[in-house]
Design a protein around this ligand. Structure first.
Ligand code: NDP
Length: 275
């Protein structure tokens, strides 16, 4: 059965709207260069912000800006008392060091949950702001009444934004997690043995039907845009068809991720230590 995120997103939207009305909140997105796909994501954040009554400002920096200039732009947002959260939109130009730039964001304004402070809190099982895609996957599982206790989970993809924090979150919920990557041997063996397979690879239809067991649960974080502009997940439709629950692409994890980012903004706005 394919499951979608739209209704969950609408429910979250209502909650965010009500809470946002009580707090002064503003999101800043830092974008470097003119990547079209990333502009589409920025637009979806601006639209969501309008729907929930949260202003979103986009700070557009030209693609040849130096690392020092980009870091200075972030420091200025750190100092701006009107800005609640700062998001650094990827991809960044090749000469910019992504991680150094992200660590320049004041952790009180780290809406993506990627600052070492927030990642450390996650590891210590005292989470504050967590990366929004893994949060969306946890929300989707919970909404479908999936209890992770004792479940065998195989996550394919170990990035700091999706796979690695998700492994920590799921372990905290008592799952037994295998975190796979490009050097994993016998990947099919790991995915076939899993009750729950999470795909965060970035390769269209990478998980095929023979890689999953009948009746498993599949969460597909993949968003791959083909030449014609169509979006494909990391999981082949025939693999999804074997699952008892499989998240749709498009319309699954991605649509909840946007709402989770705004949920993070509310967490930041309610933290007492801000400014
Ligand atoms: P990354 O490129 O940062 O990470 C990809 C991961 O997949 C790496 O850990 C890599 O291994 C692993 N991998 C690559 N090839 C193989 C292979 N042949 N076998 C096993 N593992 C492999 O991607 P992201 O985590 O940023 O994104 C993953 C997907 O999720 C993308 O489709 C992206 O668009 C999507 N995404 C979706 C979001 C949403 O809102 N739904 C948000 C963010 C991302 P290694 O570490 O060894 O290189």
């Amino acid at each position: 059965m394919l499951v979608y995120g739209k209704q969950l997103r609408e429910e979250m939207k209502e909650g965010i709207k009500q809470q946002a009305a009580q707090l002064p909140i503003k999101l800043a997105i830092v974008k470097i260069g003119d990547d079209k796909a990333s502009q589409a994501y920025v637009n979806s954040l601006v639209n969501f912000g309008q729907e929930v009554g949260i202003p979103v400002v986009t700070v557009c920096l030209e693609k040849h800006i130096t690392q020092a200039e980009a870091e200075q732009a972030i420091r200025e947002l750190n100092q701006d008392p009107d800005i609640t959260g700062i998001m650094v939109q990827k991809p960044l130009p090749g000469h910019i060091n992504d991680n150094t730039l992200i660590q320049t964001v004041d952790y009180h304004k780290d809406v993506e949950g990627l600052h070492y402070y927030n990642l450390g809190r996650l590891l210590a099982n005292d989470p504050g702001v967590c990366p929004s895609t893994p949060k969306a996957i946890m929300t989707m599982l919970k909404a479908n009444k999936v209890d992770l206790t004792g479940k065998k989970v195989t996550i394919v993809g170990r990035s700091t934004i999706v796979g690695s924090p998700l492994a920590v979150m799921m372990t905290a919920q008592h799952a037994t997690v295998t975190l796979c990557h490009s050097r994993t041997r016998n990947l099919e063996q790991e995915t076939r043995a899993a009750d729950i397979v999470v795909a965060a690879v970035g390769k269209p239809w990478f998980i095929t039907a023979d890689m999953v067991s009948e009746g498993c649960i599949i969460m597909d974080a993949g968003i791959n845009v083909d030449e014609s502009g169509s979006i494909r997940g990391d999981v082949h439709p025939k693999a999804a068809a074997r699952a008892s629950i499989a998240s749709a692409v498009p319309g699954g994890i991605g649509v909840i991720t946007v709402a989770e980012l705004f949920d993070n903004l509310l967490i930041l706005a309610s933290q007492p230590s801000r400014n």
